[in-house]
Ligand binder design. Structure first.
Ligand SMILES: [Zn+2]
Length: 244
């Protein structure tokens, strides 16, 4: 993880000035942590052996990189960010923008759309909004905004794209964030009526800047949505039910 407790405060590994004798602990399980000051990988904390914690297994360096870049992206635009904070009782936000009450969820691994919706509902019900950001590798299976070729985005990306007025946020390895739009792939063959047919899951991506200012917007049902007025988008488009 990117943060740990030091004395009475939370510190952020990538910006940390480590002093001899400083002792770090996990904010969630209080287990001792070690600072990993890698030469090529992002500085981060790891649990010492024996911890039993949601953060002690499984978090990839890609995910930590994404959190770091997402936080930097919004901080650079005047929106201060917090990392790995428990915003509501049963969830730990990847990145949190307190002034907007926006939780940013960074997604570089597969997630079911049901989980995505239910996680969002948990936040909406406590009057927070959620912005989902996918790594471009997950969304498009390549690493560049410049590549122009047809892709098969994963189900959750296509479902969210539909939900968000035809756009989703994606981030590349350098921490550049774009709004991605998916067009249907071009026609492949004519059916017996002469109509042009194409595979439904095959898409042509295009990218544009996420335009500022962004804000939170309250819906008629009282949910708080993340709004990108210049991109004519907010999340969600309509009220999705929680899945059980
Ligand atoms: Zn822990």
């Amino acid at each position: 993880m990117l943060t740990a407790n030091l004395n009475d405060g939370r510190v952020y590994a990538p910006d940390l000035k480590h002093k001899e004798g400083d002792s770090y602990s996990c904010p969630y399980c209080e287990h001792k942590m070690v600072l990993k000051q890698g030469r090529t990988v992002i500085w981060h904390f790891a649990h010492k052996p024996g911890a039993n914690c949601v953060f002690s297994t499984g978090e990839s360096l890609d995910h930590m990189n994404m959190k770091h870049h997402v936080g930097k992206f919004f901080s650079a635009r005047g929106l201060a960010c917090q990392y790995e904070v428990r915003v509501i009782r049963n969830r730990i936000a990847d990145v949190f923008i307190p002034t907007l009450r926006v939780v940013v969820e960074c997604q570089e691994s597969p997630i079911s759309f049901y989980d995505l919706i239910n996680r969002s509902h948990d936040y909406w019900s406590e009057h927070y909004s959620v912005l989902w950001v996918f790594s471009i590798a997950r969304a498009c299976d390549h690493w560049s905004f410049k590549v122009r070729r047809e892709i098969r985005p994963p189900d959750e990306v296509r479902a969210l794209h539909k939900e968000l007025w035809g756009q989703v946020c994606v981030m590349n390895e350098e921490g550049e964030l774009r709004v991605m739009h998916l067009d249907s792939a071009t026609g492949r063959y004519n059916d017996y009526t002469g109509g042009s047919r194409y595979p439904k899951t095959l898409k042509n991506p295009s990218f544009r800047e996420l335009e500022f200012p962004v804000r939170s917007r309250e819906s008629s049902s009282g949910d708080l949505h993340f709004a990108m007025p210049a991109n004519r988008s907010w999340w969600p488009k309509r009220s999705w039910g929680r899945y059980s």
